[in-house]
Design a protein around this ligand. Structure first.
Ligand code: I3P
Length: 240
């Protein structure tokens, strides 16, 4: 809340108690929209923390639920050993999801979107190439150039602010999303959400968020993904 990023995240209003439970109170980002269309894009070229990788090596905990999710998409994906165990490590599952989708090649992926008529589209696990992503984005904005322009303006502002943010420079931002919202009046908004895997770096390390990840450098590819997202949206505009 004290960083220059403040306008790009839902405002945090502290802890409130209801029925003896503690809740974090945050802005409802949909308040000012009328029957909004909503999309979640998971940012970055990596979706697990380096810390999770170390833990998976020290104490491997194969997951049956992730094996099930994997074979539901591609029965051929598990290795011989994974098939025998009927389970996969979480990091292995996450890496598989990254290469199947556009996370590895573009530095972001579409998780899902909801149209104004409440119809939900969540089948993007294999949406990988620039063309496939562009087609999905075009479906989300229903080929509306004004909406694309609104999103582009906001994403370019976000990029500027991220490049200057002390918070961003000193944090590994993994598994975080951009929430896109627009409605029929032409209003658009984009906010950063999901900070469950946003962690402070040791004091001697800072990130540029564009350098490719090698284990140990903590880079997350967030800005590389944002560059690609901006470029794809810009290419959706008609040539003038
Ligand atoms: C989930 C997705 C989430 C992850 C979750 C996965 O896979 O990768 O990001 O939560 O792990 O199951 P999918 O999208 O294919 O359903 P985290 O980002 O919090 O790790 P989980 O099952 O351990 O919650």
């Amino acid at each position: 809340m004290e960083d220059t990023l403040r306008p790009f995240v839902p405002a945090y209003h502290g802890v409130v108690q209801r029925d003896e439970q503690d809740y974090n109170m945050m802005d409802n980002l949909l308040t000012h929209f009328d029957s909004p269309a909503i999309m979640d894009c998971k940012m970055g070229s990596r979706t697990y923390l380096e810390e999770e990788l170390l833990l998976a090596r020290e104490r491997p905990q194969p997951r049956e639920d992730m094996y099930e999710k994997m074979v539901a998409v591609d029965p051929e994906a598990p290795t011989f050993q994974e098939r025998a165990q009927q389970a996969v490590l979480k990091t292995r599952y996450m890496q598989w999801r990254e290469t199947l989708s556009s996370t590895t090649n573009l530095g972001f992926r579409i998780e899902g979107f909801r149209k104004p008529n409440k119809e939900c589209h969540t089948n993007f696990k294999r949406t990988k190439s620039r063309d496939q992503v562009m087609e999905a984005l075009d479906n989300f904005v229903e080929s509306n150039t004004q909406i694309v322009l609104g999103y582009l303006r906001r994403l370019k502002q976000l990029r500027q602010v991220l490049e200057a943010s002390d918070f961003f420079r000193t944090h590994e931002v993994v598994g975080s999303s951009l929430l896109f919202v627009h409605d029929w009046t032409g209003m658009t908004g984009v906010w950063m959400i999901d900070f469950g895997k946003t962690v402070a770096l040791p004091s001697q390390i800072t990130l540029d968020h564009r350098t490719p990840w090698v284990e140990g450098n903590r880079e997350d590819g967030y800005l590389w993904g944002l560059d690609n997202l901006i470029d794809i949206l810009a290419n959706m505009l008609p040539l003038t």
